[in-house]
Ligand binder design. Structure first.
Ligand code: C2E
Ligand code: CA
Ligand code: CA
Length: 262
């Protein structure tokens, strides 16, 4: 897999391992199903990057912040967008119809780069309907450059793309920011779902977030759902869509085709 034959990762710093992954193109995308909480019908997938050098897996939550710091997320982000949209077309060719693709976007891709142009070109080139594409940004990302992000969201919305707020409840997003950025949906963070069946405070918090989203006409996904009890509670509270190991782990494209394309 690697060009460097004598590579021994134990002698390298984490940064050197990241650089090695970049120079050797050790990236691929996985896709985690998102389903309806009431009937488990497939809604779409969240695209999650994976990176492996020999037997070493690099965690995306370490890798992405490193790439954001060095600016390399712009190049990798472009590769991610293209790969996700090409894979979207492949899944369509295997019979999956009208499903959504949620793609994680770093604020650096918006602030230091024109992501709208890039997405527009890809959509036209591949013939993908924009209403099926969701971009996920963490709520902390919104406060990095409010003006630029807000303008970019406006353009993306005009193009028909949906904007989602990731990890809702863990950052600093206020209700005012939700209104200012006119997001289409929010993802309730896994940390609130973990104890929803056992902790009264987490249950109350989740029900309040779900009620708020319903009143504001926002779509909802609960992430990190691992047990049937969590699913049942979320369904009763009116959270329409869920994602988590209970349904499936992030899968390679091949496994998505085998398990989800009929
Ligand atoms: P995220 O966007 O909040 O993604 C959800 C994370 O939760 C993923 O971790 C997923 O594998 C994990 N997950 C999903 N269901 C369950 C569950 O039931 N139980 C548990 N324990 N975990 C679950 P992953 O893939 O390690 O990604 C971590 C973070 O790295 C992501 O958090 C996202 O912030 C970032 N990331 C991943 N892929 C990309 C990407 O393509 N672009 C960008 N910019 N960031 C990415
Ligand atoms: Ca996400
Ligand atoms: Ca999340």
């Amino acid at each position: 897999m690697l060009k460097t034959k004598e590579f021994n990762y134990r002698q390298l710093s984490i940064e050197e391992i990241f650089e090695l992954a970049i120079s050797n193109d050790c990236f691929y995308m996985c896709y985690q199903p998102i389903v309806s909480s009431s009937n488990s019908q497939l809604i779409g997938f969240e695209a999650l990057i994976r990176s492996q050098i020999n037997d070493v897996r690099l965690r995306p939550d370490n890798l992405i912040p490193y790439l954001e710091k060095t600016g390399q997320i712009i190049e990798l982000g472009s590769w991610i967008l293209k790969q996700c949209l090409v894979d979207y077309k492949t899944l369509e060719s295997y019979g999956l119809k009208d499903f959504t693709m949620s793609i994680n976007i770093s604020p650096v891709q918006i602030i230091d780069h024109d992501v709208t142009l890039e997405i527009n070109d890809l959509m036209n080139e591949l013939g993908i309907c924009p209403k099926n594409i969701k971009l996920e940004l963490t709520e902390t990302a919104l406060i990095s450059d409010c003006n630029k992000i807000s303008k970019t969201f406006d353009r993306l919305r005009e193009m028909g793309i949906k904007i989602w707020l990731d990890d809702f409840g863990t950052g600093f997003a206020s209700l005012g920011l939700l209104r200012q950025f006119k997001v289409n949906g929010i993802k309730i963070d896994k940390s609130f779902i973990n104890n929803i069946a056992t902790d009264n405070d987490d249950f109350t918090l989740c029900s309040a977030v779900i009620a708020m989203a319903q009143r504001l006409n926002l779509e909802l996904i609960a992430e990190g759902v691992e047990t049937p009890q969590q699913l049942q509670i979320l369904n009763c509270l009116g959270c329409e869509n869920i994602q988590g190991y209970l349904i499936d782990k992030p899968l390679t494209l091949r496994d998505v085709i085998t398990k989800w394309a009929k």
